[in-house]
Design a protein around this ligand. Structure first.
Ligand code: SF4
Length: 445
């Protein structure tokens, strides 16, 4: 399953599912930051709080099975045609959900493989919903018919995301199945017609990049609630696509395209939220655009982005794989924090002696290189640690996917002036009402 992450707590369709903790909501943050701030003041959001220290109630991504009917080239989970023999049983799955409820996990993303291939999926969804956890689904969409979509809605699915890798044959090539694109769209439409909140996801690579404008058009034409543009993370089968990673210039152009489209959609009152995931430098680019083009709200945008705090692996996002291994997020299959068969999830997640979690939660002290000196570290969180490890061999090296220049980050000026303070807007417009203290937005597991 292709699934991609990041975060901002903002009211909206994804907010209701808990996914808002992890993705960068470009539409809300760039075009309507006052709404986000209003939601925070009204207590509708649980933010990241103290971004580098606190243990959060994480959104949990559970890969319920590795089984999939497709064979995607960029599958981080290296999905197979058969389930793992040691997959969590139905009883173990229900026990896990009850434990997540005890930990007050706000949302559970059921992923895979394809979760539709797990026979007890509806029971798992119902259990999560009954325990007050928002269940969401990440699927390739090909296995959903009209009755299945209605069953998902009745079971309590809050949000369902379908991945596409381009228009038509390119998608089929990536997915390894002729007709996969038609089937995915059919499944998406069934879900929309059943009344589910739906989204489309698209992963950027050198192969898929030319299809970005067409996929943005598709998101609008299909009237989905959310369009998710993800950066590639080279783990699982996607390791084989490392050569397809975009250059900094290509990445930047792609993100600018998303920002442009978000502004256009908002100006036309189209209710489609564009979000990005897996490169927290996007938040910095968003702020730089706000500072240049929307100075009246740029100060508020900066505050909101700092509250969000960038990459959330090991903090407000957690992953449980099909065998019960717990990971900082779903891109860390090679780093297990423990197994829910041996220890309750809450104990694993809250263990102060767990060295990787401790370092991820105090990452500021461990990151070195360019990111450590970056004035926007509070917005970005230093990007993806797992990508730094995959591409450099050093978990704490700067994120190699950062496409921002030293000049626009103020790094040259910072070294000359011995200051890391970001260039804040000189005209932030009328001062907004104060937002809640960050600590009050934090809940513990
Ligand atoms: S240099 Fe590092 S911390 Fe700064 S924006 Fe780029 S990835 Fe983020």
């Amino acid at each position: 399953m292709i699934w991609v992450i990041t975060a901002m707590g903002a009211p909206g369709p994804h907010w209701a599912t808990g996914e808002g903790f992890r993705v960068l909501d470009v539409t809300k943050l760039l075009c309507r930051p006052e709404e986000v701030a209003g939601g925070l003041r009204a207590g509708r959001a649980v933010g990241h709080g103290d971004r580098f220290a606190e243990v959060k109630r994480p959104v949990v991504v559970w890969n319920v099975t590795r089984r999939c009917n497709l064979h995607c080239q960029h599958c981080y989970a290296s999905a197979q045609s058969v389930p793992h023999p040691d997959e969590l049983s139905p009883g173990e799955g229900l026990a896990l959900i009850r434990e997540l409820a005890r930990c007050q996990v706000p949302a559970l993303i059921l992923s895979g493989g394809d979760p539709l291939l797990r026979p007890d999926l509806l029971e798992l969804i119902r259990c999560a919903a009954e325990h007050g956890i928002h269940p969401a689904l990440s699927t390739n969409g090909t296995l959903i018919d009209a009755a299945g979509a209605r069953d998902l809605r009745a079971a309590g699915v809050g949000y369902l995301g379908v991945s596409v890798d381009g228009i038509g044959r390119l998608h089929d090539r990536f997915r390894g199945l002729r007709g996969a694109w038609e089937q995915a769209l059919r499944g998406l439409r069934h879900c929309r017609e059943a009344g589910l909140t739906v989204g489309l996801r698209f992963t950027l690579s050198r192969v898929t990049l030319p299809h970005l404008p067409g996929v943005l058009d598709l998101m609008e034409a299909e009237q989905v609630h959310r369009g998710y543009v993800s950066h590639l993370v080279s783990v699982g089968r996607a390791q084989g696509l490392a050569g397809c990673a975009l250059s900094p210039g290509e990445t930047r152009a792609a993100v600018e395209t998303v920002l442009d489209r978000a502004e256009s959609l908002d100006a036309r009152h189209v209710p489609l939220h564009l979000v990005t995931g897996n490169s927290d430098a996007d938040g910095v680019l968003l702020y730089l655009r706000a500072r240049e083009r929307r100075p009246a709200t740029a100060g508020l945008v900066l505050d909101l982005l700092e509250r969000r705090g960038g990459n959330s692996a090991g903090r407000s996002i957690a992953n449980v794989d099909d065998r019960g291994e717990v990971h900082p997020d779903q891109f860390w299959p090679h780093h297990s924090l423990g197994n829910v068969r041996a220890r309750p999830f809450g104990e694993i997640w809250s263990d102060p002696a767990q060295p990787l979690l401790a370092r991820l939660r105090s990452r500021r002290s461990h990151i070195h290189g360019r990111c450590a000196a970056c004035p926007f570290l509070d917005i970005c969180g230093g990007g993806s640690r797992v990508r730094a490890e995959a591409l450099t061999g050093d978990l704490w090296a700067s994120d190699p996917a950062c496409y921002l220049t030293d000049g626009e980050l103020g790094l040259a000026a910072a070294s000359e002036e011995s200051s890391h303070a970001p260039a804040r807007p000189t005209d932030a417009g009328s001062a907004p009402a104060p937002l809640p203290e960050r600590a009050s937005l934090v809940s513990r597991c």
